[in-house]
Design a protein. Structure first.
Length: 379
C-alpha cells in the first residue's frame, strides 16, 4: 500500500497494479448528442499505453442515454421519463460499445462489454459471478467496458450514477485504484461554481463529516446524473475496500498524462483491506433494516465484539435472518453493517434482554448474538 501523495499522483503503472477509470457523460458526448471521438481516441491511446506497461485497466463508461437520446430525438437528453431513459440506453449502448471496441482494436486490444444492475452487485452470489468474470477477462488481456444496464433498471433499483458503480466494480475486481474523470478537477471546500473563494483539496487521508459537508449534488454539465455527493460516496466505497480514488478533470486532451504531469485532482487514500466479504458488506448501497444500540454496545463493537441483544435499544425495517442490516449508534451515526442472526420480528422481541433469556422468550434454543462479529464490518 503506497502511503503518500507523491507516490499516488498519476496512479502510474508500477505504483498501481490495476485501475478502474470512469468516464462521465459530459466528457464522452457533446451537447448535441455526438460522441467526442477525437478526445476519446486520445484517452484510449493513454489507456493502451498503460495496459502495455502492465497495468490492468477497467473502464466504466457513461454516455449511453445521452447518445441514444440524440438518435431518438428525445427531450431533456433522454431523461424526461424513466421510459425515455430506458429506450435511449437500449439504443445508445450499442453505438457506445462499438466506439470503445473500435478504438481499443486500433491498439490491438480487445474490449468486452459488461452491463450490470444494482442487484448484480448487491446479491452476494451474483457479485461473485461478476468478480470472477472480471478476473478472467483481465487475465486474458481484455479491457472490460462496464455500464449500468439502464434499459432495465428502475428508479427504485439502480445505482443512479456511475461514480458509485465504478467504486463497486473496483471492489469486485480488487483493484488498487479508481479514477473518476469528471467535469471538475476535484473536491473543493464549497461548490466552486457558486463560491469564488472555494479552495481546492488535493488529498483526503480520511473521509469524515467535514469532508462530506463540502459536497453538493450539482453536476456542472447537467448531462450526468451524479455530482460531488455521489463522488464522495464512491470514495467511501472504494477507500473502504482498500482502493485509492481520485477525481480528475477530463476537460483536457490526454487527461491521464496531464494529471501525471501535475494537473490538479483530489486523491482519497485507501484504507487497509478487510477481506473480500467484509468489503462487499461495507460497500453495499442497500440494506433491509437497522438496529439501534446504546453507548456500551458501541464500545463493545469498537473492540471487535459481536452485537448482543442487551445493548440494542430498537430495530427498524423488515428483514429475515441473513439479510444485511445497519447498526446505528446512540448519536444516529452508522457504526457497522452485518448479517442479521434473527428476523426483524424475533429481534424486536429480544432487544434489551440478556442472551441467556433468548430461548425462554422465543420458546426455542436461540443464538446468543444479533449480529456476529465474523459477519459484521465497522464503517
Amino acid at each position: 500500500m503506497v502511503a503518500d501523495l507523491s507516490e499516488l499522483t498519476g496512479f502510474l503503472p508500477g505504483k498501481v497494479r490495476s485501475l478502474v477509470v470512469k468516464v462521465g457523460s459530459a466528457l464522452l458526448v457533446d451537447g448535441d448528442g455526438t460522441v467526442r471521438r477525437d478526445w476519446l481516441a486520445g484517452l484510449v491511446t493513454e489507456l493502451a499505453a498503460r495496459r502495455a506497461a502492465g497495468q490492468a485497466i477497467i473502464v466504466v463508461s457513461s454516455g449511453a442515454i445521452a447518445l441514444g437520446a440524440r438518435w431518438l430525438g428525445l427531450a431533456k437528453g433522454g431523461r424526461a421519463t424513466l421510459e425515455d431513459a430506458q429506450a435511449a440506453a437500449a439504443v445508445g449502448q450499442i453505438a457506445l460499445s462499438q466506439v470503445w471496441a473500435d478504438l481499443f482494436a486500433s491498439h490491438d486490444l480487445t474490449a468486452a462489454q459488461m452491463l450490470v444492475t444494482l442487484g448484480d452487485l448487491e446479491d452476494r452470489r451474483r457479485y461473485l459471478n461478476a468478480s470472477a468474470t472480471l478476473e478472467r477477462l483481465l487475465g486474458l488481456g481484455v479491457v472490460p467496458v462496464i455500464n449500468e444496464n439502464d434499459s432495465v433498471a428502475t428508479e427504485e433499483i439502480r445505482f443512479g450514477d456511475n461514480d458509485r458503480l465504478a467504486a463497486r466494480i473496483g471492489q469486485a475486481a480488487r483493484a488498487d485504484a479508481v479514477l473518476l474523470l469528471s467535469d471538475i478537477d476535484g473536491l473543493y471546500t464549497a461548490n466552486p461554481h457558486r463560491h469564488a473563494d472555494a479552495a481546492h483539496i488535493p488529498f483526503v487521508p480520511r473521509i469524515d463529516g467535514a469532508i462530506a459537508a463540502m459536497a453538493d449534488a450539482d453536476s456542472a454539465s447537467g448531462m450526468g446524473s451524479g455530482g460531488m455527493i455521489s463522488k464522495i460516496e464512491a470514495a467511501r466505497i472504494a477507500t473502504g475496500a482498500g482502493a485509492h480514488l481520485a477525481i480528475v478533470s477530463g476537460r483536457v486532451d490526454a487527461p491521464l498524462g496531464a494529471w501525471a504531469a501535475g494537473a490538479r485532482g483530489t486523491i482519497f487514500k485507501g484504507a487497509a483491506r478487510r477481506g473480500a466479504r467484509k468489503d462487499w458488506l461495507a460497500g453495499r448501497l442497500t440494506v433491509k433494516g437497522a438496529i439501534m444500540i446504546d453507548a456500551g454496545a458501541a464500545t463493545a463493537l469498537s473492540k471487535g465484539r459481536s452485537l448482543l441483544p442487551a445493548g440494542v435499544t430498537s430495530t427498524s425495517g423488515t428483514y429475515a435472518r441473513g439479510d444485511v442490516i445497519d447498526v446505528v449508534g446512540p448519536d444516529g451515526a452508522r457504526l457497522a453493517r452485518g448479517l442479521a442472526e434473527y428476523d426483524s420480528a424475533d429481534a424486536a422481541r429480544i432487544i434489551g434482554r440478556r442472551s441467556e433469556d433468548v430461548a425462554q422468550l422465543l420458546g426455542e434454543p436461540g443464538r446468543a448474538v444479533l449480529v456476529h462479529r465474523n459477519h459484521m464490518v465497522l464503517l
